[in-house]
Design a protein around this ligand. Structure first.
Ligand code: THU
Length: 131
C-alpha cells in the first residue's frame, strides 16, 4: 500500500479522536499484507491515566481480530506536529511486542511530512523474552 493512501486512512482515524482534555488528536493506520487497513485513534478519560494512544488502539484491534505481526506491512501514525509525530514510550513497548523488528513505522504530520523507521529503531536495548 502506498504511503499517501495510508496517510489518508490515518487522517480518517484521527477525525474520530476523543481528546477533550489534551485536544491533541492522533490517528494510526496499520496496513495489512492482504490490502486491508486497521485504524486507531486516541481515546482519553477524565481519569487521565486511562487514556489510550492511537497506536495501541489500532494494535489491540489487530490482535482482537485474530491478526498477528506476520500480517502487517506497515504502521503509520499522524498528529498535528511540526515534525512527524513521535510515539510515547508505552506505545514503543507495545509495538516492540506486537510487531516484527523489521516492520516499517511511518511517522507523519498533517503537512504530510514523513519519517520512515523500523520497529527495531524505536526501543534500543529493550527488554527481550530471551533476557
Ligand atoms: N498520543 C497518541 O495517541 N499517540 C502518540 O504517539 C502520542 C500521544 C495521545 C495520547 C493523548 O490522548 C494525547 O495524544 C496527548 O498526549
Amino acid at each position: 500500500m502506498d504511503v499517501a493512501r495510508l496517510i489518508d486512512e490515518a487522517i480518517i482515524a484521527r477525525t474520530n479522536s476523543y481528546a477533550p482534555y489534551s485536544k491533541f488528536k492522533v490517528g494510526c493506520a496499520i496496513a495489512l499484507k492482504n490490502g486491508k487497513v486497521i485504524r486507531g485513534t486516541n481515546i482519553e478519560n477524565k481519569s487521565y491515566g486511562l487514556t489510550i494512544c492511537a497506536e495501541r488502539v489500532a494494535l489491540f484491534k489487530m490482535v482482537s481480530e485474530g491478526l498477528t505481526k506476520y500480517d502487517v506491512e506497515a504502521i503509520l501514525i499522524i498528529g498535528d506536529t511540526k515534525e512527524p509525530i513521535t510515539p510515547c514510550g508505552a506505545c514503543r513497548e507495545v509495538m516492540n511486542e506486537l510487531l516484527l523488528p523489521e516492520t516499517k513505522v511511518i511517522l507523519a504530520n498533517m503537512e504530510r511530512d514523513t519519517l520512515e523507521i523500523k520497529v527495531s529503531d524505536l526501543l534500543p536495548l529493550s527488554f527481550k523474552m530471551e533476557n
